[in-house]
Design a protein around this ligand. Structure first.
Ligand code: SF4
Length: 393
């Protein structure tokens, strides 16, 4: 069969908002320039003078041939007074580096098709993914190319499909759906380790759907422990990492989140997770009801975008732990902002998700740090990792 291109509506609707962007990708990032773009820019009549000071040749690879030297505000010097790119306006799109040409677009190949997506770190992409009513309408078109050579293992495609079925189960909240996905992942781990056959994943799905219908999973979720110490360790480690590596940690958006966290610290400046969870229960969670099931929407994006559970190319359990950790951090960010603003507006929700993904989706050190933290604090069982989501006894 000819290969296809799968495009969700959030991708086809995307268009860069340039000067109106509240967190432009042309400010505060390391922008790499590929060899071809570098050569064209330095040779361009109207750009060569600026290029001499704005670009630094590093020759790390053809893709990372040069790097942009940001100005004193951290902005790309090729931005004009209207915050539009001079390389684009004076030399045309062809001269842009691949990074600038494609961001926030990305894609991956699975089952012979190309699946298109957007990074949630781009504010306009985040708006579409989180709030556009038809964001998750998918279209598949023939690409005209021969089948792309990429087939994923059966366990991966089954776990991917079955995770979506559990997520969308109407009987389950997003937290309970994550518990169900965790139980499916236990089976996926066994298939991955060649202990059982991939058909077990469909049998497990049927069992879990039945348990959801009977309310058993919901009861099981209730009985999970409230592990406040684990939550403190996870939150302090991950947010501490954000303070160190967030490319715009001095920017207004990151500071908004950070300042909100400061209002909920203990006197000795340690994290007071009980206060954060109280803010979640009393302000954030009720406020989110007005905005649909934002977490189910986010997890659907996540499963699709990362091709969960192939997220890390490792055991399914590792991908699951990371998914729950991401949801936990976002829940905490939403809780602190809700506490500060006594509610959550659409722009508050947008801020939390977008700011988080600037690090989550672009800093390779994040995965390393998060994995090390979960190993150090022994987040090994499904119950252990899901307990991050509990907000009280
Ligand atoms: S972050 Fe997104 S919307 Fe903003 S300037 Fe970059 S591509 Fe455009």
């Amino acid at each position: 069969m000819a290969s296809g291109i799968v495009t969700p509506k959030y991708v086809s609707d995307f268009s860069c908002i340039g000067p109106d962007c509240e967190d432009s990708c042309c400010i505060g990032w390391n922008i790499y320039i590929d060899k071809q773009s570098y050569k064209k820019t330095v040779a361009h009549r109207d750009l060569k003078t600026l290029a001499k000071t704005a670009m630094k040749k590093i020759k790390r690879s053809d893709d990372k041939w040069a790097i942009i030297r940001a100005d004193s505000d951290g902005a790309c010097p090729f931005l004009d007074v209207n915050r539009l790119c001079k390389i684009h306006s004076l030399a045309g799109e062809d001269t842009l580096s691949d990074t600038c040409k494609t961001y926030p677009r990305t894609s991956l190949v699975k089952e012979g098709d190309k699946y298109q997506s957007l990074y949630l770190s781009c504010p306009e992409a985040a708006r579409l993914i989180l709030f556009s009513p038809d964001a998750f309408m998918f279209e598949r078109k023939e690409s005209g190319l021969k089948n792309l050579l990429s087939t994923s293992p059966l366990w991966a495609s089954k776990t991917y499909d079955n995770s979506i079925d559990l997520l969308l189960n109407e009987h389950l909240s997003w937290q309970q759906a994550l518990l169900a996905i965790g139980l499916l992942i236990n089976t996926a781990d066994k298939v991955w380790g060649n202990e059982v056959d991939a058909d077990q994943l469909d049998i497990r799905l049927e069992q879990l759907m039945l348990l959801a219908e009977k309310g058993v999973l919901q009861e099981q979720y209730k009985t999970l422990a409230y592990a406040d110490k684990h939550q403190v360790q996870a939150f302090a480690t991950i947010h501490g990492m954000f303070i160190d590596v967030h490319p715009r940690r001095d920017g207004e958006r990151f500071k908004t989140v950070n300042d909100a966290i400061s209002t909920l610290l203990n006197d000795d400046k340690t994290v007071d997770i009980d206060k954060i969870n109280h803010a979640w229960n009393t302000i954030a969670s009720p406020a989110l009801e007005e905005h649909g099931d934002i977490f189910k929407r986010y997890i659907l994006y996540y499963i699709y975008h990362e091709y969960f559970p192939l997220t890390l190319g490792d055991a399914p359990q590792s991908a699951f732990r990371l998914l729950v950790l991401d949801c936990f951090m976002l829940r905490c960010y939403l809780a602190v902002i809700a506490h500060k603003n006594n509610g959550l507006s659409e722009s508050d929700i947008h801020l939390c998700f977008q700011v988080y993904h600037v690090v989550r989706q672009h800093k390779p050190t994040f995965i390393k740090g998060a994995t090390a933290m979960m190993e150090k604090f022994n987040f090994s069982s499904v119950a252990g990792i899901i307990s991050l989501l509990k907000t009280g006894v």
